[in-house]
Write a protein that binds this ligand. Structure first.
Ligand code: NAD
Ligand code: ZN
Ligand code: ZN
Length: 361
């Protein structure tokens, strides 16, 4: 029987979000219904609400979640009802040209549930990143469920579902930060701070945090930044060069998603260094760079989709590292809130008051 549950819907561009009754179908072949226990508020949810991702309103927001599998459809064997899972938004297909070449983290045909969740009047909802987890229950493809140790609190485990995984992966997987490298992270929200954690985990010698908000720089230091630069008062490119003997860093992680911060990242690298763009730009943004500088500075300009992660490999591993005390995922949770407080959480995110507000159900 389809179920009626409460979920947070973005009805139209820049309209406030509201809690609505939504209908969740029974899982079809390859699908699972998950009882959501926690879902973090990511900047990408705000992008959705502002129309910065697509115009497919109404959206069912939320995509950084953990919960318990309630039921599964035909042909699902990797998870069973009762499993504690973290939801992922890149369930790899195993058959596309990236998967077949042994690079499944690039999968070009990731999948979501085929059936749609709907509003009471039958209007189809677009779940954010194919998840839609600011809801008591959600319908996903079974491959979007990764089983992890249930000893970890859902509010903490769920963070791996997006921002924390994207940030750690941007440093470790995409940027390939290695022992002794110098690293800068521009934008120290949840994603940027996770990149700092990842860089430290990988053995970086210097980790330089850059932000326009002094409070974020204080937190970045507790996450493992060795240096901080307030780019309201200092030119970040010059400051980063100064900290690195005039050269720039080996890897810059751009976790804002704007042309001006991308340019800072481009010029704050040492020769042959790497830029990793993990911040998500909006469709109106363009970038202009002297092509001679692109050539002459060498190195690599990379984008990081979801930290180039493989959920089945990386989620359980990061949960292990958390349990061993080698990373502190709980430090990302600024506050826990209810479904009705998501709009307020967007405002607090906009004001820079939080790393992560996490909806707990
Ligand atoms: N690539 C991915 O897979 C992926 C996954 C999750 C989120 N994201 C994106 O990552 C970005 C960050 O997400 P978040 O949840 O950490 O957001 P957030 O709002 O918590 O953090 C953004 C940070 O950037 C800082 N900032 C803003 N303008 C700046 C500037 N000009 N210079 C320096 N710092 C500046 C803010 O003060 C804030 O600390 C967003 O664009 C989000 O959409 C990407
Ligand atoms: Zn694939
Ligand atoms: Zn996200």
């Amino acid at each position: 029987m389809p179920q009626q549950v409460q979920g947070v819907v973005a009805p139209g561009r820049d309209e406030p979000v509201c809690v609505e009754t939504i209908t969740v179908p029974d899982p079809g072949p390859g699908e699972a219904v998950v009882r959501v226990q926690a879902c973090g508020v990511c900047h990408t949810d705000l992008h959705y609400k502002q129309g910065g991702i697509s115009d497919d309103f109404p959206f069912l927001l939320g995509h950084e979640a953990a919960g318990v599998v309630e039921s599964v459809g035909d042909g699902v064997s990797d998870v069973v009802p009762g499993d504690f899972v973290v939801l992922n938004w890149r369930a790899v297909c195993g058959r596309c040209r990236a998967c077949l070449r042994g690079r499944p983290w690039y999968c070009f045909d990731t999948h979501n549930a085929r059936q749609k969740m709907t509003l009471g009047d039958g209007t189809e909802l677009s779940p954010a990143l194919g998840i839609g987890a600011f809801a008591e229950k959600t319908l996903v493809a079974a491959g979007q469920c990764t089983k992890v140790d249930p000893a970890v609190a859902p509010s903490v485990a769920g963070l791996l579902g997006c921002g924390v995984m994207a940030g750690i992966g941007a440093a470790v997987n995409t940027g390939q930060v290695g022992r002794g490298d110098t690293v800068a992270v521009i934008g120290c929200g949840g994603v940027g701070d996770a990149a700092i954690v990842g860089a430290r985990l990988a053995g970086a010698a210097k980790v330089i945090a850059v932000d326009v908000d002094a409070r974020k720089l204080d937190i970045a230091r507790t996450m493992g930044a060795t240096h901080t630069v307030d780019s309201r008062t200092a030119d970040p490119v010059e400051a980063i060069r100064e900290i690195t003997g005039g050269f720039g860093v080996d890897v810059v992680i751009e976790a804002v998603g704007r042309p001006e911060t991308y340019k800072q990242a481009f010029y704050a690298r040492d020769l042959a260094g790497t830029v990793v763009l993990v911040g998500v730009p909006t469709p109106d943004m363009t970038l202009e760079l002297p092509l001679l500088d692109v050539f002459g500075r060498g190195g690599a300009l990379k984008s990081s989709w979801y930290g180039d992660c493989l959920p089945s490999r990386d989620f359980p591993m990061l949960i292990d590292l958390h349990q061993q005390g080698r990373i502190d995922l709980a430090a990302f949770v600024t506050e826990t809130i209810s479904l009705g407080e998501v709009e307020k959480a967007f405002a607090r995110m906009h004001e820079g008051d939080v790393l992560r507000s996490v909806v707990v159900l």
